[in-house]
Design a protein around this ligand. Structure first.
Ligand SMILES: [Zn+2]
Length: 280
């Protein structure tokens, strides 16, 4: 068979005959018959056609976003196998950013039938389990921009910065998915994460803006030494964005729910009894 194939088809691979025939406006049978006549091997026509048909059942067409993203023919044992290979092939492509592409995978002979007939659509092939659409996420993951002073980002959701609703700041529903907006309390950069069911997360980072910078500035943790005004006794050193935060920390440390709780339960106005001083 091999020698006959070369005599008639030259260097054309059996799976490529589909494309050559299509371009010539011929069916596989017509194309093979014409080449066989030219080569004086009409006796081999049935065997040659069988060879092309075999290739049509073991090869699959892959198209990315209706071919603008590329097309390929690959050999696979099944549609599932072809889908796996198509996914890898799409991911191996050169993409300048992270995007989701729509990839069409179909058995070569079925794809050829679809292109020749108006009655056969993508849906027909899907229903016959000869074709499938898949979404594939491709392109480089965005690099995480560095935090300040070599720190790890600490992603927070202060309502006044990330917005959304007060009860659940920085969260939006889109379709069946969800978008989360967070801000780093050290550097003020934003992280926006979009998750859709069945897809991997899409993450985007944004540079700090005026609002997030102001928030970072206001929420820097400082250290405060607290003494008793009355006796001068040292009560401890606590962290907080403000002196009030440090007093809250002291109250919780002493077993109360809050400074208000401490005052209520001791019957004293502790906050007036404390000297709170920022330390380096
Ligand atoms: Zn950061």
């Amino acid at each position: 068979m091999e020698q006959v194939w070369i005599d008639v088809m030259g260097r054309i691979a059996p799976e490529d005959v589909y494309e050559y025939a299509r371009r010539a406006g011929e069916t596989i049978g017509e194309y093979v018959a014409r080449r066989a006549s030219l080569a004086g091997r009409t006796d081999a026509i049935p065997a040659l056609i069988a060879e092309v048909e075999r290739a049509g059942r073991t090869h699959y067409v892959v198209e990315i976003d209706g071919t603008w993203g590329g097309e390929e023919i690959l050999r696979a044992d099944s549609l599932d196998d072809a889908v796996r290979q198509a996914e890898e092939w799409a991911q191996d492509g050169e993409w300048d950013r992270r995007v989701v592409v729509s990839v069409w995978v179909a058995r070569l002979d079925a794809y050829d039938r679809m292109r020749r007939s108006d009655d056969i659509t993508h849906e027909t092939l899907v229903n016959e389990s000869l074709g499938r659409w898949i979404d594939v996420e491709v392109g480089p993951e965005p690099e995480v921009p560095p935090c300040t002073d070599g720190r790890e980002h600490d992603w927070c959701a202060p309502y006044e910065v990330v917005g959304g609703i007060r009860e659940n700041p920085g969260v939006w529903g889109i379709g069946a998915g969800v978008v989360l907006r967070r801000v780093c309390r050290h550097c003020g950069r934003y992280r926006v994460t979009e998750s859709q069911p069945g897809c991997s997360e899409k993450v985007e980072y944004k540079e700090p803006d005026e609002r997030s910078r102001a928030w970072v500035e206001a929420s820097v943790l400082r250290r405060y030494e607290i003494h008793s005004r009355h006796s001068g006794a040292y009560l401890g050193t606590y962290e907080g964005a403000t002196p009030e935060d440090a007093v809250e920390a002291l109250a919780r440390d002493a077993g109360y729910d809050s400074a208000t709780d401490m005052d209520a339960r001791t019957g004293q106005s502790w906050r007036n009894e404390l000297v709170v001083e920022e330390v380096e």
